[in-house]
Design a protein around this ligand. Structure first.
Ligand code: DX5
Ligand code: ZN
Length: 226
């Protein structure tokens, strides 16, 4: 089953509640929230207060992607604000394992993230402790960038590794996913497709989400048969 996570980075922030409601009603599975600190990535976005505000507008899981230095200082605040998944980058944390364990203790799903240039192997030691691996398919920091094709092999490696080791972590892919390329991402082995501008820059959210899901599910099923 493919899950679609709408990244609110491309929503109209002045009408954020309405936008979250609209994508919820249009059929997305998760809401993806991009937290940026101006240090780890060259952009600033939202903090726990916005997560708390979004929480009031949807029953869907909140998938909080922390693109910040010292995530260990903030995981508690994001958990308390209503996040369900909390993702931390392997590039930024000295002791990834203890932050994942802290997220678990807080009753939330821990996830690890790798940037496009970070090899899959960097995430391997943490996969048995994480509920999800997030593979970046753009350089984090901004919405509406082009999907980096070379990340497809990393998705395949992750899916193979999971099968070989009997693990159950979800594989999420984030950046540049639109209706036209959802199939190749799903065929490579992704379970969760994050899409920001691919949804919010279209006029009919429900039609976009339906097409994206249909393309992705068909491709995932076909990949299983072959
Ligand atoms: C990039 C963010 C992504 C981004 C996705 O730094 O982590 O979640 O918002 O946006 P699109 O789908 O427009 O690439
Ligand atoms: Zn993201």
């Amino acid at each position: 089953m493919i899950r679609i996570a709408a990244s609110i980075l491309s929503a109209d922030f002045a009408r954020l509640g309405e936008e979250v409601k609209a994508v919820t009603e249009a059929g997305v599975d998760w809401i993806h929230l991009d937290v940026m600190d101006g240090h780890f990535v060259p952009n600033l976005t939202i903090g726990p207060d916005v997560v708390r505000a979004v929480r009031r507008h949807t029953p869907l899981p909140l998938d909080t992607h922390l693109m910040i230095e010292h995530p260990e200082r903030f995981v508690e605040a994001f958990a308390e604000a209503g996040s369900d998944y909390i993702s931390i980058h392997v590039e930024v944390v000295a002791d990834v394992l203890s932050v994942l364990q802290r997220i678990r203790e807080l009753g939330k799903h821990p996830a690890v993230v790798v940037n496009p240039e970070t090899p899959f192997e960097r995430a391997v030691p943490f996969l048995e402790h994480a509920d999800m691996l997030l593979i970046m398919s753009v350089h984090p920091g901004f919405a509406a960038q082009a999907f980096i094709q070379s990340t497809l092999h990393k998705i395949r490696s992750a899916a193979e590794f999971r099968a070989r080791h009997g693990l159950a972590f979800l594989i999420e892919v984030d950046g540049g996913i639109k209706v036209h390329n959802a199939a190749q991402v799903a065929a490579a082995g992704a379970d969760v497709l994050v899409s920001g501008s691919g949804i919010f820059a279209t006029t009919d959210y429900a039609a976009t989400i339906m097409q994206m899901r249909r393309q992705a599910e068909l491709a995932a099923r076909k990949a299983q048969w072959t």
